[in-house]
Design a protein around this ligand. Structure first.
Ligand SMILES: Cc1cc2nc3c(=O)[nH]c(=O)nc-3n(C[C@H](O)[C@H](O)[C@H](O)COP(=O)(O)OP(=O)(O)OC[C@H]3O[C@@H](n4cnc5c(N)ncnc54)[C@H](O)[C@@H]3O)c2cc1C
Length: 380
């Protein structure tokens, strides 16, 4: 494995960080406080070439790898996880189109994402089916040349602002094996019968749009099926096996950002007549934070690198997501502690990092689900 970034990757990395500093920093507090999704930031990110970099050239993208997406994600999350997510998750769910979609679907939808003309959502979770996603009950019933969809989805990122979404539906409820009952179906956001309600009051990543979706006799043409009917669960697992590397990168970035701020703070803040940083106990904490971040970064890069080589290792990717998420929570806690009372008020960014970090242990598979994947491999 080559741990060295090539020149293009170094440029991309630096560009993403500079973009986040310039575009996120002035609005991050307001977006957090007001629960405001910034369409403007997303548009600028598209113009800067930071959205949909995994889309191949024949579909209008630069054809970079998932490793490059992870690099961008890390640098954006270093400045603000919520705004970073509103940029990188603008294509969330569309990976399914790339992996399993028809040629027509790829040509029609993927260029829109890269050009900043459309936003995608991935609608898998339901009010009663999250970790156990195979229990999803949103039904899609064939009626002539159409699917008729009924049901509801919960906690969907980009739910109210997306242009189309990839929906995990039960199409074959009588299949003997429960993992052969579902399919992925593309639903345009303006379809009749689709209601989108923004969820308010999130603890963190408040700059992102999160919604509950209700489908009441929503009709889409059968051509909107992505991949193979009845194979939706396996397609979804493949999708998560790839995109979990992005969540891991979010954890690495957030943790690095929290450490960056803490290094600055402990050198400026004077306690007992000297900078906090001269205390060995403080130095040890910084060292431990840096060490865990480096471990998380290494496993994340390895996982993303493997995805690009077509050697997807679900257990390794689960380790990366679980470890990087836990690292982000742990580092953000230490960072806030070292900021003392100032860390607890919103004048300092570190309290936002602390609140934002927790989602990394929950979405795209709670960390317990990751551990189940790892254990399954160990006990095989
Ligand atoms: C802000 C936000 C954005 C999201 N974005 C999306 C999105 O874009 N698309 C989408 O489809 N979903 C999205 N989700 C949903 C997210 O993926 C789910 O919340 C997550 O998968 C957990 O499912 P659940 O909430 O139903 O928890 P449950 O499945 O009810 O589990 C509750 C808790 O129990 C524990 N647990 C569960 N199963 C086990 C087990 N077998 N063993 C031990 N412990 C266990 C875990 O700690 C888990 O957190 C989002 C959620 C949030 C909060």
């Amino acid at each position: 494995m080559d741990f060295l970034l090539n020149e293009e990757q170094k440029i991309l990395q630096g560009m993403a960080y500079k973009f986040a500093q310039k575009e996120f920093e002035p609005v991050a507090k307001e977006c957090d406080r007001e629960e405001k999704y910034s369409r403007e930031v997303w548009q600028k990110a598209c113009e800067a070439g930071l959205v949909g970099v995994y889309v191949p050239e024949e579909y209008g993208g630069p054809g970079a790898g998932f490793f490059d997406v992870a690099l961008i994600t890390e640098q954006l999350s270093r400045v603000d996880l919520g705004l970073g997510l509103s940029v990188v998750a603008a294509t969330f769910g569309a990976e399914n189109i790339l992996f399993f979609g028809s040629e027509e679907q790829k040509k029609k939808y993927l260029p829109l994402l890269v050009d900043g003309k459309a936003i995608c959502a991935g609608a898998f979770t339901e009010p009663n089916a999250g970790t156990d996603v195979a229990s999803a009950k949103t039904r899609a019933v064939k009626d002539g040349n159409e699917y008729v969809i009924n049901g509801s989805k919960m906690f969907i990122t980009n739910g109210t602002i997306c242009d189309f979404m990839v929906v995990f539906c039960e199409t074959n409820p009588n299949a003997e094996v429960r993992h052969q009952r579902h399919s992925m179906i593309l639903v345009e956001a303006d379809r009749k019968g689709l209601t989108k309600s923004k969820i308010h009051g999130k603890m963190g990543i408040r700059a992102t749009d999160t919604a509950e979706l209700t489908f009441e006799d929503v009709r889409v043409p059968v051509e909107n099926l992505i991949g193979v009917e009845g194979k939706g669960f396996h397609q979804l697992m493949h999708f998560f096996d790839c995109t979990r590397t992005f969540v891991a990168a979010q954890g690495v970035g957030l943790a690095q950002g929290a450490l960056d701020k803490t290094i600055k703070y402990v050198q400026e803040r004077h306690v007992f007549g000297k900078p906090l940083a001269v205390n060995q106990a403080v130095q040890f904490q910084l060292s431990e934070m840096a060490t865990r971040i480096e471990l998380a970064r290494n496993i994340t890069y390895k996982a993303a690198w493997n995805v690009d080589r077509g050697q997807i290792d679900p257990s390794l990717n689960a380790m990366a997501k679980y470890y990087a998420g836990e690292t982000a929570v742990w580092v953000a806690d230490k960072a806030l502690q070292l900021h003392g009372g100032y860390g607890y008020i919103d004048e300092y960014d570190v309290q936002r990092f602390y609140r934002d970090a927790k989602i990394l242990e929950i979405y795209e598979g709670a960390k317990e689900a990751e551990k189940l994947t790892i254990a399954r491999r160990l006990l095989k």
